[in-house]
Design a binder for this molecule. Structure first.
Ligand code: A3P
Length: 260
C-alpha cells in the first residue's frame, strides 16, 4: 500500500468544470466528490496549493489527538490526512477517507464549487488558509520542478505568466473570504502563522473547542516550528521525496517557509 502509482506519471492536465487539474486528480475522483459523505465532526483544511496545508495539518493532528506526539510520528501525514481528490495509490483517496475513524482531518485544494455538496448540509468545521500570492507562486514553481506528477515550467517567467494570467487563486480565496464570519469557518493567513504561531494555534484550538494548556501549546508550537518540521521525516514526506528522487532536505512541503 506504500507504493505510489508511479506508472500514473503523466503531466498532462485535464479540465473538470472549467478548472484545470493534474492527472493525480482524475475525473472519477472529482465526480466522486458529488457523493462524498461528509461527517459533522470532520475538519476540512481548504487551501490553494502551497499555502501552508502541511503545516496546518500537523497542528490539527496534535490538537485533535490531545498532544499525542508518538501518534504523529508513527503515521505519515499523507495517511493521517488524505486529499480526497487525489488518486495516487491503487485505492482512491476518497475511499481511504471513507474508512477513517472520526474526527477526520480532510485537506483539499478543490475550489468551493467542486467541494462535496454535503458540506452545506453537515456544516463541518472548515479552516481556510490563505497566503500571499507572491510566495505561493514561488513555492509552486519550485514544487512543480520537483514533483513528477506535475508539469515542469519551462521557465520562471512562464510560471509567473500563467499564474497571473488566470483567476484561479482569486476564485479560490474570495468565496471563503466572504464566508469568513460563518460560525463553522476559520479563515487563517500563512503570514499570521509565520509571525505568531502560538496565537494562531490558540485560535485553532478554541475554534475546535479543544482548549490547550500552556504547556501543550508550547510543545505543539515547538514541534510545528519550521526548523522542527524541516527535520521531521514525516512532515517533509520523506517517502514522497524518495519517490520523486529528491533530497528530503529540499522537500517542497517544508522548504523555505519565508514571507517576502
Ligand atoms: P515555501 O515553498 O515557500 O517554503 P503546502 O503544505 O500547502 O504545500 O505548503 C507548503 C509551504 O508551506 C512551503 O512554502 C513550506 O515551506 C511551508 N511550510 C511548511 N511547514 C512550515 C512551517 N512549519 N513553518 C513555515 N512554513 C512552513
Amino acid at each position: 500500500d506504500d507504493m505510489y502509482a508511479k506508472e500514473m506519471y503523466v503531466q498532462a492536465k485535464h479540465f473538470y468544470q472549467d478548472v484545470a487539474f493534474p492527472s493525480i486528480c482524475p475525473h472519477t475522483s472529482l465526480e466522486a466528490m458529488k457523493t462524498f459523505e461528509v461527517r459533522e465532526d470532520d475538519v476540512f483544511i481548504v487551501t490553494f496549493p502551497k499555502s501552508g496545508a502541511t503545516w496546518t495539518t500537523e497542528i490539527l493532528s496534535l490538537i485533535l489527538n490531545g498532544g499525542d506526539f508518538q501518534a504523529v510520528s508513527r503515521v505519515r501525514i499523507e495517511d493521517r490526512a488524505p486529499y480526497p481528490e487525489f488518486h495516487l495509490k491503487p485505492k482512491p483517496n476518497y475511499e481511504q477517507a471513507a474508512e477513517m475513524a472520526s474526527p477526520r482531518i480532510i485537506p483539499t485544494h478543490l475550489p468551493m464549487h467542486i467541494l462535496p455538496p454535503q458540506l452545506d448540509e453537515k456544516k463541518p468545521k472548515v479552516i481556510y488558509v490563505a497566503r500571499n500570492p507572491k510566495d505561493i507562486v514561488a513555492s509552486i514553481y519550485y514544487h512543480h520542478s520537483k514533483d513528477i506528477f506535475l508539469e515542469t515550467y519551462e521557465s520562471w517567467e512562464h510560471c509567473l505568466e500563467e499564474f497571473i494570467g488566470n483567476d484561479k487563486l482569486a476564485n479560490h480565496v474570495i468565496p471563503w473570504w466572504n464566508k469568513r464570519r460563518e460560525s463553522n469557518v476559520l479563515f487563517l493567513k500563512y503570514e499570521d502563522m509565520n509571525k505568531n504561531l502560538k496565537s494562531q494555534i490558540r485560535k485553532i484550538s478554541s475554534f475546535l473547542g479543544r482548549p490547550l494548556s500552556d504547556e501543550l501549546l508550547d510543545k505543539i508550537s515547538e514541534h510545528c516550528s519550521f526548523k522542527k518540521m524541516k527535520e521531521n521525516p514525516i512532515t517533509v514526506r520523506e517517502n514522497v521525496c524518495k519517490l520523486w528522487g529528491i533530497d528530503p532536505s529540499e522537500s517542497p512541503f517544508v522548504r523555505n517557509g519565508i514571507v517576502i
